[in-house]
Design a protein around this ligand. Structure first.
Ligand code: NDP
Ligand code: 8X3
Length: 253
């Protein structure tokens, strides 16, 4: 059993909650955050018998709040071994010319800036201890374009390149960086993307077997538990029911 510490953002749902459960079973101590307090309370109540849990509400878009939360970590949680930058969201699936600008701002603020704030707050102590691992949750949308993916995919392309550039900066330290890039997985992701329209969200997963949150937790856990000299740069995974389309050709214009 490990006594390492994992800091998981966006732990109130989907991949983050599944990671919390997986790392708890393996004996990791957990720092969990998300905006929904009652979800955090439920998860803490569920996991507290298994492992020590420090959970607090946090909006990763708020740089000052991120810094304050990291500065206020109790001593027994301060030496973070693993940061899972998971908090994120897609909003809308409209073509760029019809998108809501606020949705674009929210995706940039969460998926890019939130990830930067958390990384910048935790990284110095990892470098100082010459030990640690940052696992970013990217997406296949950061590599492959699709209609309506516009800003969401671009934020995940940022995550891909930022992960690689972190590796370049961390050369000479033992701090590791991994970008996990999942395809379609059934979580609250589509419910959020379609702004609470559960009919539309359910349709995404109808008649197929998507990845599960547990599949992603398994992947994060595997990447985090390789021998200390091994850095998994990236892992791209999709459900078998998902693949690639040919280039689209318009014959109309
Ligand atoms: P969910 O909607 O189930 O979970 C998203 C989590 O992010 C929630 O815990 C939510 O918590 C948290 N979150 C969102 N905004 C903020 C914020 N401003 N501050 C703090 N926490 C926030 O979706 P998934 O589990 O699927 O998504 C997790 C990550 O995986 C995201 O980065 C997503 O882009 C990525 N991803 C998802 C895929 C999929 O098909 N499901 C595929 C590829 C990547 P709360 O609302 O309580 O704040
Ligand atoms: C989520 C995967 O394909 O819905 O990042 O964009 S996809």
């Amino acid at each position: 059993m490990s006594s390492q510490i994992a800091f998981i953002t966006g732990a109130t749902s989907g991949f983050g909650a599944a990671c919390a459960r997986r790392f708890a079973v393996e004996g990791w101590r957990l720092i969990l955050c998300g905006r929904r307090q009652e979800r955090l309370d439920e998860l803490r109540a569920e996991l507290a018998a298994t492992t020590p849990v420090h959970a607090f509400p946090l909006d990763v878009r708020d740089e000052a709040a991120v810094n304050a939360a990291v500065a206020a970590l109790p001593a027994e949680f301060a030496a973070v071994d693993l940061l899972v930058n998971n908090a994120g969201l897609a909003l809308g699936l409209e073509p760029a010319q019809r998108c809501d600008m606020q949705d674009w701002r929210d995706m940039v603020d969460t998926n890019i800036k939130g990830l930067l704030f958390c990384t910048r707050a935790i990284l110095p102590s990892m470098v100082e201890r010459n030990r640690g691992h940052v696992v970013n949750i990217g997406s296949v949308a950061g590599t492959y374009p699709y209609p309506g993916g516009n800003t969401y995919g671009a934020t995940k392309a940022f995550v891909k390149q930022f992960s690689l550039n972190l590796r370049a900066d961390l050369l000479g330290t033992k701090v590791r960086v991994t970008n996990i890039e999942p395809g379609m997985a059934e979580t609250e992701f589509s419910l959020v993307r379609f702004k609470g329209n559960d009919g539309k969200a359910d349709q995404v997963y109808q008649g197929v077997e998507p990845l599960s949150a547990e599949d992603i937790a398994d992947t994060v856990y595997w990447a985090a538990t390789r021998p200390a000299h091994v850095n998994i740069n990236s892992i791209e995974l999709m459900p078998v029911c998902q693949a690639f389309a040919p280039f689209a050709i318009s014959r109309e214009g």
